[in-house]
Design a protein around this ligand. Sequence first.
Ligand code: CA
Length: 251
Amino acid sequence: MTETARKKILIVEDDPGISTFLKTTLRAEGYDVLCAAAAGTALQMIPSHCPDCVLLDLGLPDMDGGKVIESVRKWTQMPIIVISARSQEADKANALDLGADDYLTKPFGVVELKARIRAALRHTRTTAESEEVALSGSYSVGDLVIDYKKMRVYIRDVDAGLTPNEFRIISLLGKYPGRVLTYKMMMRELWGPSSGMDNKILRVHMANIRRKIEENPNDPKYIITEVGVGYRMAEQGEMGASGAPPRKGDQ
Ligand code: CA
């Protein structure tokens, strides 16, 4: 794990018990770990220490964690994983809307935490690349191919027959594989800032998209619902035995 050994993680957490637990766990995993117990300290440390990933508690003594996300996002896209006791879907959606990359609800398992950190670090490396691919070429996962040039989606090389609006939705998700896009982000991106908060239209389109691309629309593999929060496009490598297995000699 020579690659993770050099990665630096900043823990922003005012509960000393949790902070120590996280520090010990992540150091054992080979990460460099820094800690801040307040938002003000974190905002000073981020530009000076340039961590590769920030784990952020929302309930901080001097400022809400959401303000930290807003402030950091004005100048950097470094991964931020929110770790909070607030488990409401609205809180998750709000943190993601402000620019957090991921959200973990306390209490959480160590295995899950480590997986989320690895995913967040991977996204840093690939976001620019995948956006570029999305704009110029295609995105493929399992048997699904989004062809951005032809503006078509294929399942096992057969055109899925998506409408222009359905294509816009899936192409947006395909630009950020593995990332949860909230309803609000998607509505704003697809139909502009005045599109309001009614995501019913999105759900209707999604049901149609799933009928066209999923083997079992009730158990979707390509576009995953984060209940009450938004949608996420499956990543390459995540489609294991339960998903659509890549065929021999495929692509
Ligand atoms: Ca706290």
